[in-house]
Design a protein around this ligand. Structure first.
Ligand SMILES: Cc1cc2nc3c(=O)[nH]c(=O)nc-3n(C[C@H](O)[C@H](O)[C@H](O)COP(=O)(O)O)c2cc1C
Length: 379
């Protein structure tokens, strides 16, 4: 594994500039990586407490997407004395490039500060979260709440661009807050000449409860074309695997597809060789299908279908490798409970899975987790 960028706590002792009206940072001559991606390209979605540095290393090793995001990080926090504690969320390996740092805030000054920091840390791009439905984030006027204050959203984007210097700035959002607001919300964002715009094809109100409506991604592509701007449009929502992503890109004309939950328990997702769309249909054994048919077992989450194709021993071995990496990179800062949650993704769809998950939930270290899994595999 390549060396992770862990230099930040020391290197960042220099205070980032405070004012959102401060001087534009020096141009470092970095290229806009968005222009060099294939069409369509495939991105790993930012997911808090999932796509941390350890998991991204595992994904990068077993099936690297074309672009990766960090989990979202509070720009208010980064601009506060509590900043040191958040820097762990901004470590990354050179092998993850291109890597985008995602921030949330409703405060332009703090966004500016966070973007200056992202430049110092060597990120390839900056993304602004304008879609998260989490109450604690919305209370700050950030995340999905930005859709309710479009003028503020524009201020935040402009401050991000000033702080970012030559780093490309993108936004990730939804199709509206309570209702479809594409016609008002999207042109406003596109007018800011963003490098990329990710559309999670649901409203904030819908959370993830209804199927994503990809026809709206197509609509956004058409708006972009009509406005004649170069913003890359990325579709997101309910994508099962690469075959599904390719199909959706073809249908909508979007430049890229972002995949989130389908990665649970399946770091091979972006590797064409391991998982093909057709195979998922055959991924469950006869017995499981019968139980589902008889109503004795809940139908699987779609991400269980793809990860079920990874041979069991391989899946569990990668889980152990992931846990060890988590402990090594993040163990000093993050609770092992975050790592244990991945058991839902890796451990399912075979006899004894539920009992094994229960045992894993009692493990407090990677060593304990390994013992539990080894004894299961040896039994
Ligand atoms: C556990 C979890 C954490 C998430 N955290 C973030 C986040 O930090 N930033 C963000 O923009 N979206 C976040 N999301 C939303 C995803 O990026 C993505 O938009 C959503 O899951 C829909 O894509 P999917 O259907 O492929 O999972 C999160 C989603 C999940 C399930």
């Amino acid at each position: 594994m390549e060396h992770l960028n862990q230099q930040q706590p020391n290197q960042l002792s220099q205070q980032p500039q405070k004012s959102s009206n401060g001087p534009i940072p020096v141009n470092t001559g970095r290229i806009n990586f968005w222009d060099n991606l294939p069409t369509p390209f495939f991105a790993l979605a930012p997911m808090a407490d999932v796509t941390d540095a350890a998991f991204r290393q595992i994904v990068t090793k077993y099936g690297k997407p074309d672009v990766l995001w960090t989990e979202f990080v509070s720009a208010n926090g980064l601009a506060s004395p509590g900043r040191e504690a958040l820097l762990i969320d901004l470590i990354f390996g050179e092998n993850e490039r291109p890597i985008v740092a995602q921030f949330f805030t409703a405060d332009p000054e703090n966004m500016y500060t966070a973007c200056v920091l992202a430049r110092e840390l060597g990120f390839d791009g900056i993304d602004i979260n304008m879609g998260c439905p989490d109450k604690s984030i919305e209370k700050q006027g950030a995340g999905a709440a930005m859709m309710k204050t479009p003028e503020q959203a524009v201020e935040v984007i402009r401050a991000a661009k000033r702080g970012a210097g030559d780093l490309p700035v993108s936004v990730k959002t939804r199709i509206g807050f309570n209702t479809n607001e594409l016609q008002t919300w999207i042109p406003l964002l596109l007018a800011e000449n963003l490098a990329a715009l990710t559309i999670h094809a649901r409203t904030r109100k819908e959370m993830s409860k209804v199927p994503a409506r990809w026809e709206h991604v197509k609509e956004v592509v058409e708006m972009r074309n009509k406005m004649g701007v170069a913003t890359k449009i990325i579709g997101n929502g309910d994508v099962r695997d690469l075959a599904d992503a390719k199909q959706k890109a073809k249908e909508t004309g979007c430049d890229g597809v972002m995949i989130g939950r389908a990665i649970f328990g399946n770091p091979f997702l972006f590797s064409e060789k391991e998982v093909v769309g057709e195979a998922r249909k055959k991924s469950f054994g006869f017995f499981t299908r019968l139980l589902i048919l008889l109503g004795l077992q809940k139908p699987p989450k779609y991400w269980h279908e793809t990860s079920s194709q990874i041979p069991l021993e391989k899946r569990l071995t990668v889980f152990v490798e992931h846990a060890k990496l988590f402990e090594q990179l993040l163990g000093g800062s993050k609770s092992f409970a975050i790592m244990r949650k991945h058991a839902k993704g890796y451990v399912h769809g075979f006899p004894g899975a539920s009992e094994l998950r229960t045992k894993i939930m009692e493990a407090n270290t990677a060593g304990e987790l390994e013992l539990v899994i080894r004894s299961f595999l040896d039994s």
